[in-house]
Design a protein around this ligand. Sequence first.
Ligand code: ADP
Ligand code: MG
Length: 554
Amino acid sequence: DAQRLRHELGGMHGASYGRYKSLTGSWRFDGFTLQVQRVQPDPYAPASRVQVTVDADHAALPAELHDNPVRARALAGHLVRQLHRALGDSRLRVDAGDQQVLDRSSCQIRQGAVRVRMGIDLPGRGRTIDGRAAERTLCDELPEAVETALRWSTADQQQARAFVDSVEDTHALREALTERGWVAFVADGATLPRRSGIDERPLTSGVAFSSPESMRATVHLPHRGEVTGMAVPEGITLIVGGGFHGKSTLLRALEQGVYDHVPGDGRELVVARADTAKVRAEDGRRVHRVDVSPFVSHLPTGADTRDFSTDNASGSTSQAAAITEAVEAGARVLLVDEDTAATNLMIRDARMQALVAKDAEPLTPFVDLIRPLRATHGVSTVLVMGGSGDYMDVADRVLMMDAYRARDVTDHARELSQARPTGRRSEADSYPPLGHRVVDPRSIPTERPKVRARGTDALTLGESTVELRGVEQIVDASQVTGIGLALVSCARRGALDGRASIAEVLEALAADIAERGVEAVDERFVGDFAVPRPLEVAAALNRLRVLRVSALRR
Ligand code: ADP
Ligand code: MG
């Protein structure tokens, strides 16, 4: 077959571009099968798609490297990076990802066989086929890359094992959080800062993390053994410190701690619980039928804030909606940074309370709801706030970033709370029960709608564009595609049935993903996607401008 493909491509040389279509189908090579899934109609169209399945006995990967879902994902993550490297500047392109080890459609290991999906720009000269270049890519470069990157006998075996073990350790550390009553863990020696705002690789010249003694804990991991670091307990944790002292960098590392990072990233042992959501203000976004009443009462428009909708939210109402939506979707740890929060939703100090009477201010600040939210719904918060001392009264822990070093200043903050009362009155003593919304399934198109990512900024879903810039835990464009596909799949398979609440739909999706992995997100799509977290699927759903909520359950 490989010979036949060579012959075929040679024969096509100079023919009209459309003849490439005839390649569609399977081609058997020594040790693997090449499947041409979709052929581009012309050289300027989106790349053609191919799938390569390497036989299990040809790949010969040791079973212990893929004998559970975490290890299988890690090994796939390693292999796809090797393949990416082996392909170099070939026309074949594979979605390998950057710092996070995500479950990707581009590389999956099934019963020892390796399935890889790639894009290829089939070479043309004007509108004719460049058969010789195509032959080089498919008949020479491809088998060579498979040989060097996807077979155990030629692999750097030590590196492969280290990669898999590292990811399994990260996973084990994250799993340990809940049973120990923690929301996050930052290992000593971790590198938190990144090279720049557009380069996620580690800043190697940075100050390595070291834990304050009072928060130091030890965890035993399956491969590395004992590691020490800072355990962030459940409850309210306040991060203070001077500007530019590393507060946001620490919070950002916690945000990303829901993912496993590649060895060398510096955040391999920085983890946050899977039910962690970063929330922020995002003015201009749409909000549809969200109960923001804990935060917002009596708006000047007279709108019912228990069932609040707007096509153009303000900073404060968008953040109130983000908090409600995150908790509705199952988040039990919230991360908030002063840099991206709405000040008037965060604080209202004693002077302002005196000047503007409560009945002239629709907002109840988060400082008065943070403890009720914890008491009633078990929601912990980690909050960066360097500009106001009002949160000292409500924090269980106060952590200070001081020239990139973390110090526990809880005791001092407590003394100050007593010695210098703020004089403000609390404006809330309880948090109401959570509402549950039911989505009208017709909000999501089901007939093979267009699903496309615009980087990590936006998702095109059918006729609509979903703005995702405010969803900060999205790290990879393939996740955006995965979110779109997951929404369509929920609608197609009847999980969105007009009766189930958003939380129930997400739970069903999570269970399906746990069982079937990428196939739960989509079985038919030949493009690249990564399995998204349910919290980001919810965040996208909530930002869909055509979303219709058919019922509100309390
Ligand atoms: P803050 O939120 O306290 O104002 P940031 O977290 O934004 O500060 O950090 C300010 C700068 O310091 C950023 O450029 C960041 O990359 C850098 N930085 C953060 N942590 C470290 C560290 N541990 N070592 C070196 N540089 C760091
Ligand atoms: Mg900051």
